[in-house]
Every structure is written in structure tokens, then in C-alpha cells.
Design a protein around this ligand. Structure first.
Ligand code: ADE
Length: 225
């Protein structure tokens, strides 16, 4: 899979993809993540990428031209499954969207800033708008990092134990059950006996029961869907 990210703050995206699972995924060739600086495509004297909004009002708007030039250049080079705009007014990201997107060949992600991008960019090029939650970040970069992480870890071969992505919370519309590691007792708090029993059938049904219990308690909405 190839992921192109369009940003005015490329530095902000350096570290999320340069360590741990995301780094290994790129080294092993599962994903190529290309970060593009929108400012490199600005043609005006001061390399401005934003402008005052028509109709007045506080806040700048990201200009069409540099973004359009970059998107068109990339689209000449390959076909994109989705051109995504990260925005608080997009569809709220959920695991099923990540599952679908992990099957893509090429994805482009545009990170918004200021008051957002000129609406005509959204009309002409964007195929999907995604929010990572009902709150406003300073820009779309951290949201793009969340989206890319959630997608890339689902690509077969990225996680060492392939089943571990399948047993994540949400994959079966349930939250994950509690997990424990050594020691068996900490300050009077004991690991449930069943997990030490070695009885895989009983362990499995205990986990199912706890996952259901936790989902009912914390996210009953998942069970109603
Ligand atoms: N940009 C600013 N806030 C955002 C959010 N919540 N989700 C996606 N992109 C954003």
C-alpha cells in the first residue's frame, strides 16, 4: 500500500512513522508513506498557502492552487482508491472504516489547517472526509497519523502475531476483555484463577463473557448497532 500525506507541517508527521510498528511496516515493504509539503507547490512570492476568507470573518482558508497542483501531480502518477480530507465535520472514524481502507492500494490524505480548505477542493478532489472524534485539533496532521496507524497495523504481516489485530477491541463489535501478566498477585490483587488453569476452553469462554460484560457497561451502543 502507498499512502501520500499532504500537509503544511511535514515535521509534525516525522516521528509517528519513524518508530516501532510503523517503521518496521515501511522497512518490510508493507507500506510506503510519502509526506508532501503543500508549501513546495505555492507559486506566489512569499510561498503563502492560505488567504483571507470571502465574506469576511476571522481565520484564514487554505488556498486552492498549491493543493490542487499537488493532488493533480500525484493523480497523474497513480490511481487513488480514496482521497481523504481530515476534518472535524467528516464521518467519525470507526474500526470498520479502517478494515476497509486497509485493503486499498493507494490512499491520499489531505491535512486541513486554519478555518479549513477552500470548499472547491472538497468538491473537486476529495472522495471521503474523516473525523477522528468530536473535538477540534489545531490541524489534521495528528488525525492523519491516527488514521494511518489504525490502517497500517491491519495490513497482513505488519503485526508479528497476525491474530492480534483480529482480536482487538471492536473487531467483533466488542471491547477487549481484561488482560494480565506476571506477577500472579500484586498488592493483594490476584490474576483470575481461570487464566492460570491452562484450560483453553474455559479461558476462551471467560474472555468472551468479560468482553460482553465490559461492552455492556462501557459501550452499550456497540451492542445496539
Ligand atoms: N482536524 C481538526 N480536528 C480534527 C478532527 N477531530 N478529526 C479530523 N481532522 C481534524
Amino acid at each position: 500500500m502507498r499512502i501520500d500525506i499532504l500537509t503544511i507541517l511535514p515535521k509534525l508527521l516525522e516521528s509517528p512513522f519513524s518508530i516501532s510498528i510503523m517503521q518496521r511496516a515501511q522497512e518490510k515493504g508493507h507500506v510506503e508513506i510519502c509526506i508532501h509539503n503543500i508549501r513546495d507547490y505555492a507559486t506566489n512570492k512569499h510561498k503563502n498557502v492560505d488567504d483571507y476568507q470571502y465574506g469576511g470573518g476571522a481565520g484564514m482558508v487554505m488556498s486552492i492552487e498549491p493543493i490542487a497542483s499537488l493532488i493533480e501531480k500525484l493523480c497523474e502518477e497513480r490511481t487513488y482508491d480514496e482521497i481523504i480530507y481530515m476534518t472535524p465535520d467528516g464521518e467519525v472514524l470507526a474500526q470498520n472504516h479502517c478494515n476497509d481502507l486497509s485493503l486499498s492500494t493507494n490512499i491520499m490524505i489531505l491535512c486541513g489547517h486554519y478555518k479549513g480548505v477552500d470548499e472547491r477542493i472538497r468538491e473537486k478532489y476529495i472522495t471521503r472526509e474523516i473525523s477522528i472524534g468530536s473535538y477540534v485539533l489545531s490541524g489534521g496532521e495528528l488525525a492523519a497519523a491516527v488514521l494511518v496507524d489504525a490502517i497500517v497495523r491491519l495490513i497482513p504481516g505488519v503485526l508479528n502475531d497476525e491474530t492480534s489485530a483480529l482480536t482487538d477491541s471492536f473487531q467483533d463489535k466488542l471491547l477487549s476483555p481484561p488482560v494480565y501478566t506476571r506477577p500472579p498477585e500484586f498488592k493483594g490483587l490476584k490474576v483470575p484463577d481461570v487464566l492460570l488453569s491452562g484450560n483453553t476452553k474455559e479461558i476462551e469462554s471467560w474472555r468472551e463473557e468479560k468482553a460482553l460484560e465490559r461492552t455492556k457497561e462501557r459501550r452499550p451502543d456497540l451492542l445496539e448497532e
